[in-house]
Ligand binder design. Structure first.
Ligand code: AMP
Length: 191
């Protein structure tokens, strides 16, 4: 399987669709948010640094993230394809990912962009706060994360467009409908 980068605003469904894709195609999965939350839970040095940024809705500095990403990637079994969920979030991270993969004879494969209106995003995140109790899912931090997304991450969509990797999926009110289209695009890429 080709690698997949899943891309979208906070609450757009990156984690949800990644889980479905991983289950169907038996790919590896790297969620940088999950990696960081694991570090926080284990009380590591990295976790202590990350917590300050996450609680403020800010991004962890690129150099740190790029190291974490490379280490996590190298620890996964090779050859099955990996879904990158929550990475890259800046142009510098995208350039670094491209370089890291090409040094290993791999490439980015395809990018799946999830587009959801902001009202739906906010409702989903506030609901997730109740269900999962994530510390950064409160209204103030969510607004900050949207701002960071618009300023630092959204411009990356054009970067992927230029790489010829962008596949955009607009929210259609049904997860099953979205999955049908996403699976079809993945299968077309892997023919
Ligand atoms: P997520 O679970 O993907 O929504 O990530 C939660 C938080 O972790 C983000 O708001 C950031 O503070 C941090 N984070 C996750 N991935 C990255 C990344 N690629 N670059 C910088 N910060 C990240």
């Amino acid at each position: 399987m080709k690698n997949i980068i899943i891309f979208g605003a906070p609450g757009s469904g990156k984690g949800t669709y990644s889980d479905e894709i991983v289950a169907k195609y038996e790919m590896g999965h790297i969620s940088t948010g999950d990696v960081l939350r694991g570090e926080i839970k284990n009380g590591t040095e990295l976790g202590k640094i990350a917590k300050g940024f996450i609680d403020n809705g800010q991004l962890i500095p690129d150099e740190l993230m790029i190291d974490i990403l490379a280490n996590t990637y190298d620890a996964l079994p090779q050859g099955k394809g990996v879904i990158f969920d929550g990475f890259p979030r800046t142009i510098a991270q995208a350039e670094a990912l491209k370089k890291m993969l090409s040094e290993r004879g791999h490439d980015m494969g395809m990018m799946i962009e999830l587009v959801v209106d902001e009202e739906t995003l906010m409702a989903r995140l506030l609901n997730r706060a109740i269900e999962q109790g994530r510390a950064d899912d409160n209204e103030e931090t969510i607004k900050k994360r949207f701002e960071v997304y618009h300023n630092q991450t959204a411009p990356l969509a054009d970067w992927f467009e230029n790489e010829g990797l962008r596949h955009t999926f607009n929210w259609k009110g049904s997860k099953d409908l979205m999955l049908e289209e996403i699976f079809a695009a993945i299968e077309a890429e892997n023919k």
